[in-house]
Design a protein around this ligand. Structure first.
Ligand code: NAI
Length: 245
């Protein structure tokens, strides 16, 4: 199950998981008619694909998505908490509004928390499961012009720790992927800025990240390649986190 799975990073994850033989549940904000082409493409790989739209910031939607997934497939093996938003406008932290902070936290923090909680009940009852949180390098890198985003992603980092700790004895493992700069709709508005950073050599692997780069890391976790690890964070950021002298 991938939240926000019909575009951007979520779609990159869906494509990789479909190729690895997973049946999929995708959630998103758009009605099914608008994503039908994408669903057809994913179904052509042979697996089943269930799509549901709603709002991840509402706990009742989170619960309903899990319930319907289990009704259809009988179980839930993997949850990828991918749905997330940036602030509508970047603004210096001295200008951050209450509305913007509430909006970003509702999706990125509350949504990730209650999706994980709803999935955890199901996975605990199965005695196994894997939760993968898509956070961001912004969990630890400062951008004072979007503090609500950075703080929300830092909160997702603690969520990884909390759920990993609480669920380890129940057979559920929890991982986190921290993407760097990935080419999606979210980064369209800052293309020039990131192109400049790339040209300046800020990224050791000197190219934009692609949704499939995240998808490949998800497949490694989802297929059980780390059976004796939980609470782990993997950066998929072209080495952006490396410090240089
Ligand atoms: P995107 O804007 O292309 O996709 C976001 C997805 O989240 C969409 O599928 C959308 O339907 C879903 N979504 C947003 N609000 C929702 C809501 N209220 N209810 C249900 N679904 C909702 O963004 P992108 O780039 O694919 O980002 C995916 C995740 O990766 C986000 O959590 C983002 O913070 C994170 N990320 C992205 C980076 C990038 O450079 N693009 C870098 C680091 C992290």
């Amino acid at each position: 199950m991938i939240t926000g799975g019909a575009r951007g990073i979520g779609l990159g994850v869906a494509r990789q998981l479909a190729a690895a033989g997973f049946d999929l549940t995708l959630t998103g904000t758009r009605p099914e008619e608008e994503v039908r082409k994408i669903l057809d493409e994913l179904r052509a790989t042979g697996g089943e694909v269930l799509y549901m739209h709603g709002n991840v910031a509402l706990e009742e939607d989170c619960r309903a998505w899990i319930t319907k997934t289990v009704e259809k497939f009988g179980r839930l093996d993997v949850l990828v908490n991918n749905a997330g938003i940036a602030p509508r406008m970047r603004a210096d932290l001295l200008e951050t509004t209450e509305a913007s902070l509430d909006e970003v936290f509702a999706v990125n923090v509350k949504g990730t928390f209650f999706m994980s909680q709803a999935a955890a009940w199901q996975m605990v009852s199965q005695g196994e499961g894997i939760i993968i949180n898509i956070s961001s390098v912004s969990a630890s890198v400062s951008s004072p012009n979007r503090p609500e985003y950075c703080m929300s992603k830092a909160a997702v980092g603690m969520m990884t720790t909390l759920f990993a700790d609480r669920l380890a004895a129940d057979g559920v493992r929890v991982y986190e992927i921290r993407p760097g700069v990935i080419r999606t709709d979210m980064t369209v508005g800052v293309t020039e800025k990131y192109d400049r950073l790339l040209a300046r050599g800020e990224f050791p692997i000197a190219r934009w990240g692609l949704p499939e780069d995240i998808g490949k890391a998800v497949v490694a976790f989802a297929t059980g390649a780390f059976p004796y690890s939980t609470g782990e964070v993997v950066r998929v950021d072209g080495g952006f986190h490396l410090r240089r002298l």
